[in-house]
Ligand binder design. Sequence first.
Ligand SMILES: *Cc1c(COP(=O)(O)O)cnc(C)c1O
Length: 392
Amino acid sequence: MTGSDLMQSLATRVAERDRAGLLRRARTVDAARSVHVQIDGRELLNFCSNDYLGLAQDKRIIKALQKAANESGIGSTAAHLVCGHRREHAQLEDALCEWTGREAALLFSSGWLANLGAMQALLARDAVCVQDKLNHASLLDAAQLADATLKRYPHGNAEGAARQLAGAKERPALLATDGVFSMDGDVAPLRELAALCKRENVALMVDDAHGLGVLGTHGTGSVSEAGLSQTDVPILMATLGKALGCMGAFVAGSRALIEGLTQFARTFVYTTAMPPALAAATCEAARIARTEDWRREKLQSLVARFRQGAAQLGLPLPESRTAIQPIVLGDTAHTVAASRTLEDHGFLVTAIRPPTVPQGKARLRVTLSAAHSEGDVDRLLDALTLVTEDTG
Ligand SMILES: *Cc1c(COP(=O)(O)O)cnc(C)c1O
């Protein structure tokens, strides 16, 4: 293949995606004020961000960022192992350990990089990695990029996981699952999976991107809510860009795990450390997320209000007690039209289409935030009657 063949083949795939109505485009948000965003000159009420606790614009966190930036500048100037690891990073790692009840933690610049780095460090070539079919793309890709053998089990099905493990007894294996599934909002059967992993001597890894800050006592996440310890879930990963309203991620676990990742996680070793001011801001975000229980209580009450209203409207709402409340409409064109209708009425709810979700499972991924008011939720429910009328 020549260079122009490559470009041609890329353009062909784009054209195919376009014909299927699946082309993706970033919308430019011109201004954001809490849950209100301005796009194309119009103000929209945002129901698709991952700012579950309403911290992305918290004044105290902004102040922490500014103060640290004044003291330590913008860039960390190097990877952690060169000279990029600042006091602010060390403090954030300590705070995350303490919050999640883990011995040690390692910062990564994003959740993608954390999953990639952890799996590449842990999995030998051809090791078997068993995963939930609906795991986040970064976990599924991480196993494949590590040259492991990826075996997927039916969503949320611990027996399916057991069957996959049974076929792979001879080789060391890792079982990885989202704690809260990013497109469905349901929680993995963590206790069953932990029991299975213990029985089969398999390491369990949980990606708690949507659980940290939202579930568990003081927001400690889905793993602690399930009553599981570092022994049960030796590899805990979570992101800092969702409920914490910042950016970045970490892996937490035993000192031995973190020592291993420090040596062998290439996405940690060979990348610039996040800005120290961002680490300082995230430290403040973690403090607030941990101590302000009212944010979780408010979120839960909005979730209950939304689910009750949506049930009255007869909307197809899968089981979810988290901030993620998808309305699975199925048909892609219909879902895109529904998203447009909502936008015409002042609501931003992006349509999530294949291949992000399986064929026939397109959805409006509604997400709620502690920054929403009850009135916001009621207004969204009113607008959703238009969507049900379309469906009817
Ligand atoms: C968002 C997400 C990631 C990726 O995290 P980033 O910090 O956005 O790269 C990983 N896993 C899950 C389950 C996620 O939802």
